[in-house]
Design a protein around this ligand. Structure first.
Ligand SMILES: Nc1ncnc2c1ncn2[C@@H]1O[C@H](COP(=O)(O)OP(=O)(O)OP(=O)(O)O)[C@@H](O)[C@H]1O
Ligand SMILES: [Mg+2]
Length: 416
């Protein structure tokens, strides 16, 4: 490379450590501001200069993006490529050192007169197809050594790689953002669609049950037993379908409504839910245990829905337990503090656990335990919308524990 290096240059040990540090920092830089900050600092320090500039090629102009100097240079200004020395380095894809700027025809003296600069060196960023340049400046007559120019060029090469990385990362990020937005939009449309379908189905299904009931009351006595059985099955099916629709609507609602962040007394909420659920199971004697003083930040309405499902399941799946016991509390599981609903009922085989939280997935037959299989999908949605997660532990015949967290903002960290 044709370095311009006069013999009068004073000897100076090149601080290679600085270059190594800058290369390291550049490899971690995540945006253009970070790249320019590292480069201007390192460029100046490498050659013991009084100033350094970071210049970008910007639509036929030299854009002085940033500088680090003893006095202002041209930060923020743009000059035609042909009219400044950084442009010369880019056009000729060459480094250059100028020991006396007023004795060199490539320098527009008028632009330099207001500045401290007496000598300079300049290297292009990305030699094959320059995208910018790095300049260093002295307030004295001084010629950059070949070594200094080489180190500066090495810095420029690393800066070019770092800038490409930043551009790729920004591109990937923008694509991910756009794709996520598309997905969210598609999800919203799908949810709105399933919500309106479920909503519109509700009325006709009610009418089927209503008219079947009217027929049963008005003409039931006149029907033969087989026809009465058919009518009863029509009503049964309409009621099951009605239940599916209600459950699907609450699943859709759990995803649509905005999540409030209010202080919630979870212990009191759990006690109320236990009472409600117990009223729905008259004649059952279930030992109920609710830990006191559990508080969280969240959406009370949604959290009530989640607890109703979990406690409802616990009551349902302990139907055949000798002495049924259902407990709500908080403890550490897998290293995190989580709430739990535990029972000593039917349990299930853990190999099927991954299916549990998907809609319509049931591990027990309807003849054994009634249900539509939507409850846990709704709970999962409520928990995720709070920024938390849900998981289960169980053993066939030995009960199940459902654990859930409510996200970092929702946790009362004074508890275990
Ligand atoms: N406490 C539990 N003990 C044992 N199995 C459970 C328990 N909770 C849930 N399961 C299993 O997970 C399945 C899915 O539960 P989920 O609450 O989604 O549906 P469901 O209770 O069957 O119906 P739904 O809640 O929609 O009326 C259940 O059918 C059951 O097989
Ligand atoms: Mg359920």
């Amino acid at each position: 490379m044709p370095w311009t290096t006069p013999a009068s240059t004073p000897p100076r040990a090149l601080p290679i450590g600085l270059l190594v540090d800058a290369v390291q920092e550049l490899s971690l830089a995540r945006d253009l501001d970070a790249v320019t900050a590292i480069v201007r600092r390192a460029a100046r320090a490498l050659a013991g200069a009084d100033g350094a500039t970071f210049v970008l090629h910007d639509a036929g102009r030299c854009y002085y993006v940033d500088e680090d100097a003893i006095a202002p240079l041209w930060k923020g200004r743009r000059f035609p490529l042909e009219a400044c020395v950084s442009g010369w380095a880019m056009i000729h894809r060459q480094a250059l050192a100028i020991p006396d700027i007023y004795a060199d025809p490539r320098i527009p003296a008028d632009a330099y007169r207001p500045t401290f600069v007496k000598s300079l060196a300049m290297v292009p960023i990305r030699i094959a197809e320059p995208i910018g340049a790095i300049g260093i400046y002295w307030a004295t007559h001084r010629a950059a050594t070949a070594e200094e120019l080489e180190a500066l060029q090495a810095l420029a090469n690393c800066a070019s790689v770092a800038m490409e990385n930043v551009a790729i990362a920004a591109d990937v990020e923008a694509r991910v953002r756009a794709r996520t937005a598309q997905l969210e939009e598609a999800m919203r449309e799908l949810e709105a669609f399933s919500y309106s379908i479920s909503h519109d189905l509700r009325a006709p299904v009610r009418r089927i049950d209503g008219f079947a009931q009217a027929l049963e009351e008005d003409a039931g006595a006149a029907l033969d037993p087989e026809s009465r059985g058919h009518l009863a099955r029509v009503r049964d099916a309409a009621r099951t379908m009605g239940q599916y629709i209600e459950d699907l609507l609450s699943l859709a609602r759990a995803g649509r409504e905005s999540v409030r962040r209010d202080p919630v007394d979870l212990s009191a909420l759990a006690r109320a839910v236990f009472d409600d659920v117990a009223r729905g199971h008259p004649g059952r004697d279930v030992e109920r245990v609710v830990a006191g003083d559990l508080r969280a930040h969240g959406d009370e309405g949604l959290l009530r829905g989640a607890l109703e499902n979990l406690v409802g399941n616990a009551f349902k799946f302990t139907e055949r337990a000798g002495h049924a016991r259902v407990e709500f509390g908080r403890a550490r599981c897998d290293g995190v503090a989580a709430y739990y609903v535990r029972d000593n009922g039917a349990g299930f085989d853990m190999q099927f656990a991954p299916k549990l939280f998907a809609p319509f997935q049931r591990l027990h037959r309807a003849e054994e335990f009634a249900g539509t299989g939507i409850g846990l999908a709704t709970v999962k949605r409520i928990v995720s919308r709070h920024g938390g997660r849900i998981w289960a532990e169980a053993e066939p015949g030995r009960g199940a524990t459902f654990w859930f967290t409510l996200g970092p903002q929702a946790v009362d960290e004074t508890r275990p």
